[in-house]
Design a protein around this ligand. Sequence first.
Ligand code: AMP
Length: 305
Amino acid sequence: MAVFSRYSRAATAATMQRQTATATATFSYLIRTFSSPFCSSSSNSLNSETDLNRGNKPDVLGTLKREPKGRNVQWVFLGCPGVGKGTYASRLSNLLGVPHIATGDLVRDELASAGPLPSKLKEIVNHGQLVSDELIIDLLSKRLEAGEAKGESGFILDGFPRTIRQAEILEGVTDIDLVINLKLREEALLAKCLGRRICSECGGNYNVACIDIKAEDGRPAMYMAPLPPPPQCASKLITRADDTEEVVKERLRIYHEMTRPVEDFYRSRGKLLEFNLPGGIPESWPKLLQALNLEDHEDKESAAA
Ligand code: AMP
């Protein structure tokens, strides 16, 4: 199987080459993909002195639509499991016309395929562990390569990078413009994962959880309405195998251990936009757009209707 042999090659090479600088040779697929048209000009990247956390708007956010000659955005979503990366990445992807690439989806597609790799993979994923950096980079490279062949440009990554090594490799091959770090109160995260439902036919994401946290100890109340499926999906809903209480707790633990340092990695480079979700989509989406200096005309029109 081609994927398997490429994975083995990458894994073997990675063992031999520990330094990120030499990963350039190891992950030739990624590099090939990131050389034009994905490759950005340095003028598009954020000034590391820009303090996003104090609310200053970096130039790139204000000029997204005004630079027809520039390449599309290259953004990353970080955040704990259940925070809503997929929801907001997919909305931004529709708004900006760039692909939303979720490495979790790539892993699940791989799991759905036949062969020796899926049974090993299934065990790792169903226990909430991370798959190897080599495998995830191989899957991502193939996805980017296929997108490039179809004329895609730019991306919004969701679920990658999840380790410092992945972040270093990505940083070594392209300019990431912006990293949006979504945050949600811890008590809502577990409930949101347990309430997640997926349409087995169209892949749509819904949620049956109704989160209603009362104001307490000076913290404001928070309400997040369920996100019901449309009638055509209602009878086809499934639950992800890794959305059980035990596995979600393990995924949260792994996030804190392996992925929190990635937040610091981008923070120190001036690329991190911290965004505290104030509630469900109706409250959060307009605020996120505001933080990004974007407008969603369709959303405004449907709200006004
Ligand atoms: P997600 O849908 O993002 O929650 O990802 C589901 C699972 O896929 C994770 O629990 C990991 O097992 C695997 N996975 C996704 N992205 C990565 C990554 N960047 N690095 C390692 N494992 C990943």
